[in-house]
Design a protein around this ligand. Structure first.
Ligand SMILES: *[C@@H]1O[C@H](CO)[C@@H](O)[C@H](O)[C@H]1NC(C)=O
Ligand SMILES: *[C@@H]1O[C@H](CO)[C@@H](O)[C@H](O)[C@H]1NC(C)=O
Ligand SMILES: *[C@@H]1O[C@H](CO)[C@@H](O)[C@H](O)[C@H]1NC(C)=O
Ligand SMILES: *[C@@H]1O[C@H](CO)[C@@H](O)[C@H](O)[C@H]1NC(C)=O
Ligand SMILES: *[C@@H]1O[C@H](CO)[C@@H](O)[C@H](O)[C@H]1NC(C)=O
Length: 349
């Protein structure tokens, strides 16, 4: 007495599974044979009797498709779930005999992340075992990502045929973390069965949308101030670098640039650069506007002019500063195109 089954069969969650099965016996099989699958051991609970599903197989569709009269116990299961990952033993009632050999069902990880680089054309494939149905299964994707699909029949390493659907598309950073669902539809008799597979895309890309920001409205001379760099990248940014104006030397590293005590001379244009393993991107310039606290009193300076709206007369900027002794605060229009006026020493806050 010997049962010939694969030691292990792999199934995807929700998918169908074919267990090829043959047995030998000294005694003849009766005219109304009954094939029984049991879980755990030879004396374990029955999970099926011919096409009837029992116990933990209750929610499965079981088809004993082999002809028991010729000792073919091939069985087809639809709707495999993780709790079905167990060892199964076979019995035939008319011999009658409990076979020693068993088949172990294992479940493959459901969500297989697919890693790819942004830019080039990439392919994803979804395969559906073909022996589970009367006809070849048809395969659909929930989103084609602007790509194209080809379907093909292949023969897998274990000799079973499978239908393969190949999705070819151009990977974009916008696809990162997207979940794709591929659905295989089988027709068994007059019934349609479906099996689904999900894949999460992991699109690798160099930093994008890099920007540096300063406090709106400028920072006050004296206390500390911080510029912040932000960027999107996969994998995450590993290094931020700061530059000032047209100078190429790095002035600091890290996602923030901190001035412990802001001075007028630090007013100016700054950039940050974000880098990961796939490249680097430099932000547009950000201006650090410094509001002057004091102006010298020994200058004869006119008052604020009437036509200069107070909201616009604030900034010391990178513009127009050539002298290193900062005697004045300049008042600019919001556009900062020209100097309107110079004001006397005062603490205007
Ligand atoms: C089980 O179902 C299959 C498929 O519908 C059918 O071919 C087979 O005869 C059935 N087996 C028994 C024992 O009822
Ligand atoms: C057993 O039955 C299955 C389903 O009908 C069939 O595909 C397979 O070829 C049979 N195996 C043998 C050895 O005859
Ligand atoms: C799809 O491709 C077309 C043509 O190449 C393009 O115009 C469209 O913006 C793309 N759509 C998406 C969602 O990428
Ligand atoms: C289909 O599969 C065969 C064999 O694996 C291969 O030679 C052929 O190029 C494939 N066709 C397509 C369209 O992918
Ligand atoms: C099964 O699917 C096919 C193709 O989509 C469809 O024509 C048929 O009506 C479906 N049958 C049932 C019973 O839903």
């Amino acid at each position: 007495y010997k049962l010939t089954v694969p030691q292990k069969v792999k199934a995807h969650r929700g998918s169908c599974l074919l267990i090829p099965c043959q047995f030998t016996s000294e005694r003849l099989v009766g005219s109304s044979p009954v094939g029984v699958w049991k879980v755990g051991s030879k004396t374990g609970k029955e999970v099926s009797r011919n096409n009837q599903s029992l116990d933990i197989w209750k929610n499965l569709n079981v088809y004993l498709v082999g002809d028991l009269k010729v000792k073919n116990c091939t069985t087809l299961l639809y709707g495999i779930q993780p709790n079905h990952a167990k060892k199964y033993y076979f019995r035939e009632e008319t011999i009658p005999y409990n076979f020693d050999e068993f088949v172990e069902i294992t479940i493959q990880v459901i969500d297989t992340p697919a890693q790819m680089m942004e830019g080039p054309l990439v392919t994803l494939s979804c395969s559906a075992p073909a022996p589970c149905a009367d006809e070849n299964p048809s395969i659909r994707w929930d989103d084609l990502l602007n790509g194209t699909v080809t379907q093909n029949e292949t023969t897998r390493a274990d000799g079973n045929k499978a239908m393969v659907s190949i999705l070819t598309f151009r990977a974009s950073f916008l696809h990162n973390k997207k979940t794709l669902i591929c659905t295989a539809q089988y027709t068994v008799g007059s019934v349609n069965k479906t099996a689904k597979r999900t894949t999460t895309l992991n699109v690798l890309y160099a930093p994008k949308k890099t920007s540096a920001s300063s406090q709106a409205g400028g920072v006050l001379e004296g206390p500390a101030a911080t510029l912040t760099c932000s960027s999107e990248a996969n994998p995450a940014v590993v290094q931020y670098t700061w530059f000032r104006g047209n100078e190429e030397t790095t002035i600091d590293t890290g996602p923030t640039l901190t001035f412990r005590q802001v001075t007028i001379s630090q007013a100016g244009v700054y950039y940050c650069q974000a880098r990961n393993t796939h490249g680097a991107e430099t932000s547009p310039p950000v201006t650090l506007d410094v509001l002057c606290r004091y102006l010298r009193s020994d200058r004869r300076i006119s008052k604020r002019t009437e036509n200069s709206p107070s909201s616009s007369w604030l900034f010391y900027s990178n513009l127009a500063f050539s002298t290193s002794s900062f005697d004045f605060c300049f008042i600019f229009l919001a556009s900062r195109q020209f100097i309107i006026n110079v004001v006397p020493f005062l603490n205007y806050l």
